[in-house]
Design a protein around this ligand. Structure first.
Ligand code: AGP
Length: 582
């Protein structure tokens, strides 16, 4: 949700921190700040709004120094104001803190601060950590951090400066990712490996319960107060701000990358290194688009396993009754691998006696460590908050698993990237219809079976980036209530990619058209296209794979509508790329 960056070395820290925050901005963008050490004191520069506003403010401020931390925020406790913006300075100014995560016992900690005579300036749980550090401090910042961390309940990734040690950064972590990067004469900290400064050539993931001290000469990692060896691996700079490559938005760039991303994901690598889909009951779990990918892939998984596949929202799974699930296999889908609900669902699945398999796009993410095994999609970094290639490569990854036990299906799978390419070209036609969606009170996305998952995803894309209300509905459910919302001109997208469901789609289209709806078909079937007011024709693929193709025009439709409405497409309001709080 939020992003952390830290740098200590020989170079000026501010430009490095600002560049890191730009790479992290997609994780949260309602306010941002940096803190710098030097001259026996800490200085914080903060700004509400985007990183550009912070950069402008820093340019006119005393922003010199070679050691600092930075943060980009997505508000959870308290509105986006400068008081609530990180880094937070402690009451005496000795500590500065950036924090990702949620502190569950913050009410008790606030009382603790107040009873010690400290009145917090803002409403955040994070600010309390800075005050507690100063209260606990006895000359050793790592020891103070350890004692404060022991009081925290919930999740945290912390970056800390102490005015007494102006070349050092301290870090601690619990259930929120934090990575240390080392370069020649520099040490860095980030919540996201992809945002590490370019000087970094070694990375280590901090583990839950560990603390670290970073100096320009390296990093010391501690566990229960004792030094332990950090597991550093060599890396190349993976700065995600690779740029837009000429595209006006990351969302469009990432949509266009889908054929290649799917091709990489379904490529025939070594089958023996892949986990197999068991011939047993499987529960597919995810949130948002990952949940939709799970829904779209359930029929595919059922065909392979021969058993009913259950699909659950991660947030519902964790609060469902704990019935016996021993012997079931849970597949947890998450682009980021950092979604708190999905991680909690993996832990809950384990408690219920299930085997767990993660399908993630980020190799070094928390979910890969929590699950028994994992499989990576090969989408590459996804910056746009609205996922596109994340969804289609999840479908590709599950299809790859299915193809391992089905040679005929494996042959079909080879055509998927080409079909995605054709769908991209066909999707341009959606620009003709965007005006109807921009003006709509509510839009409908309708489909059955695999197309139902795509319909939900199409509706989510429209809501996310255009703020136009949209409903994704199982076609058979329309007549059970939602059809009452259809009036003259209501746009309905009818998705039909399975010839076996063609007749039903024609009937559904007729039932809403007769009530005045404007129906746009996204289909492989000529008869469905003829039965609607407009159509985007899709290339034929195996119906169980079709969500990776049919969703592409839906993404483009949302994109074109958002363009017409002048929306902030890559950073829609109220959203964050990965939702690391439950
Ligand atoms: C999709 O466009 C959204 N940004 C959101 O629904 C997302 O899919 C959801 O938060 C799950 O994220 P994950 O795949 O990283 O777990």
């Amino acid at each position: 949700m939020c992003g952390i960056i830290g740098y200590t070395g020989d170079a000026e820290a501010t430009p490095i921190l600002i560049a890191g925050l730009r790479a992290l901005e997609y994780r949260g963008y309602d306010s941002a700040g940096i803190a710098l050490a030097g001259g026996g004191r800490l200085r914080a520069i903060k700004s509400v709004g985007r990183i550009d506003a912070l950069a402008e403010k820093a340019a006119g401020a005393d922003a010199a120094g070679t050691c600092g931390i930075g943060h980009t925020r997505w508000a959870t406790h308290g509105c986006p104001t400068e008081d609530n913006c990180h880094p937070h300075l402690s009451y005496g100014g000795r500590f500065a803190v950036v924090h990702n995560g949620i502190i569950e016992n913050c009410d008790a900690l606030r009382k603790l601060c107040e009873s010690a005579g400290v009145t917090p300036r803002g409403d955040t749980d994070s600010e309390l950590i800075a005050h507690l550090l100063e209260l606990e401090y006895d000359g050793d910042p790592v020891a103070a951090l350890r004692r404060v961390a022991a009081r925290l309940r919930g999740s945290y990734a912390l970056g800390v400066l102490c005015a007494d040690f102006p070349r050092e950064i301290y870090a601690a972590k619990m259930r929120s990712p934090l990575i240390i990067g080392l370069g020649d004469g520099a040490a860095c900290l980030s919540s996201d490996g992809g945002a590490m400064p370019e000087c970094v050539n070694r990375l280590a993931v901090l583990a839950d319960g560990q603390e670290a001290r970073l100096t320009p000469g390296g990093a010391e990692v501690y566990e229960r107060g004792r030094p332990v060896a950090g597991e550093f691996v060599r890396c190349q700079s993976s700065r995600v701000a690779a740029g837009l490559s000429g595209y006006p938005h990351y969302m469009l760039k990432e949509m266009c990358e889908q054929p290649e991303a799917i091709a990489r994901t379904v490529a025939d690598e070594c089958k023996s290194s892949r986990p197999a889909l068991p011939r047993a009951g499987v529960t597919l779990i995810g949130c948002g688009s990952s949940y939709h990918a799970a829904l779209a892939c359930a029929p595919l998984v059922e065909r392979v396993t021969g058993c009913r596949a259950e699909v659950r929202l991660a947030s519902e799974y964790i609060c469902s009754e704990r019935v016996r699930e021993h012997g079931r296999h849970c597949v947890l889908l998450s682009q980021s691998g950092e979604t708190a609900d999905t991680i909690a669902a993996a832990e809950e699945a384990e408690r219920r006696g299930c085997r767990t398999l993660a399908i993630v796009n980020v190799h070094a993410s928390t979910l890969t460590r929590v699950c028994d095994s994992f499989l990576c999609t090969r989408a590459g970094p996804e910056i746009s908050v609205a996922t596109t290639k994340g969804f289609t490569t999840q479908v590709g990854a599950l299809a790859r698993l299915a193809a391992d036990s089905d040679p005929a299906f494996a042959r079909e799978l080879k055509s998927l990237p080409f079909a995605a390419e054709e769908a991209l070209a066909a999707a341009e036609k959606t620009a003709e219809y965007a005006g109807r969606f921009a003006r709509a009170k509510c839009a409908f996305f309708v489909g059955r079976k695999t197309d139902y998952g795509a319909a939900l995803e199409g509706a989510l894309k429209l809501k996310e980036i255009t703020y136009v209300p949209a409903l994704g509905i199982a076609a058979g459910e329309l007549k059970h209530g939602s059809i009452s919302l259809i009036e003259k001109g209501t746009p309905v997208v009818m998705i039909c990619t399975d010839p076996a469901l063609e007749d039903k789609a024609v009937l559904s289209a007729a039932s809403v058209r007769s009530r005045g709806a404007f129906v746009l078909a996204v289909t492989t079937c000529a008869r469905v296209a003829e039965a609607c007011d407009g159509a985007v024709m899709l290339p034929r693929v195996h119906p169980l794979l079709s969500a990776a193709v049919s969703v592409i025009p839906l993404q483009r439709l949302a994109y074109e509508t958002a363009l017409l409405l002048g929306r902030d497409i890559d950073k829609p309001r109220n959203l964050a790329k990965s939702v690391t709080v439950e």
